[in-house]
Design a protein. Structure first.
Length: 248
């Protein structure tokens, strides 16, 4: 990884740097992984209107650490002013993510771009994305300070991630924070190749552990959030989260 440095441009283009992933299509080793054969197509993905958080859980945030998960800290290394070097998730979300990592086929693992995100960073990302016209809504959540309607990453129940092959993070048909239709979770369903199969594997692995995916970002998964509750029919668990000992 490169050292932490200053901003790389403005607007949506700033999200393209740094890139720690290697395009999955074209990697010869992937063609020999039997786990990519016969995977089911992605289901119809929806993004219903979520309900407010009325009874927030006191479940703690814990550092994200696991032998089969690489932590990339993209925003910190890219030099976003409000980014933090550590990566956190709610305890149950972390347990579920560890379960996913432990049950992936041999040679595969996970790489986490981002998880818990403080509100100032959410605001910085939102304004960088939307201060210039043209980007459709939905890619970066509004930095709403209302504790009943927190942005997903502020809750600690959201994780941005990809798969790794022998520890190398993979770009599954697009890079992280790609604000184009190529980032749509089901965008490759009619495009045969390793990226399509890996998106299916990532979705099925995360879904089996209780996570839901954002329809416009293949890397974005949530557990215990307002969106999670709206999709699963449950009750939102997580309001704004703060790591233990964090200065606010």
């Amino acid at each position: 990884m490169t050292p932490r440095s200053g901003p790389h441009g403005q607007g949506p283009d700033r999200f393209l740097i740094p890139c720690y992933t290697q395009p999955a299509d074209g990697i010869e080793a992937l063609t020999h992984l039997g786990c990519l054969a016969g995977l089911s197509p992605l289901p119809s993905l929806i993004d219903p209107t979520p309900q407010p958080v009325t009874e927030p859980s006191s479940e703690p945030l814990v550092p994200l650490a696991h032998r089969r998960i690489r932590v990339l800290s993209n925003y910190w290394h890219a030099g976003w002013e409000a980014a933090v070097p550590s990566t956190w998730l709610r305890a149950e979300a972390m347990d579920r993510l560890a379960h996913v990592a432990d049950h992936l086929p041999s040679r595969l693992g996970l790489a986490v771009f981002d998880a818990w995100r403080p509100l100032p960073l959410q605001a910085e990302l939102f304004h960088a994305a939307y201060d210039e016209p043209g980007l459709p809504l939905g890619y970066v959540a509004d930095p709403n300070p209302d504790p009943t309607t927190p942005p997903p990453h502020l809750t600690g129940g959201t994780v941005d991630l990809s798969l790794t092959l022998d520890g190398v993070p993979l770009a599954l048909g697009s890079g992280f924070d790609d604000f184009t239709t190529a980032a749509g979770t089901a965008a490759l369903e009619h495009v045969p190749g390793a990226s399509r199969e890996l998106r299916r594997l990532l979705y099925q692995s995360m879904s089996s552990a209780g996570f839901v995916v954002l329809h416009c970002e293949w890397w974005h998964f949530e557990f215990g959030t307002r969106r999670w509750a709206a999709i699963t029919g449950g009750v939102p668990r997580y309001g704004p989260g703060v790591p233990v000992g964090w200065a606010v």
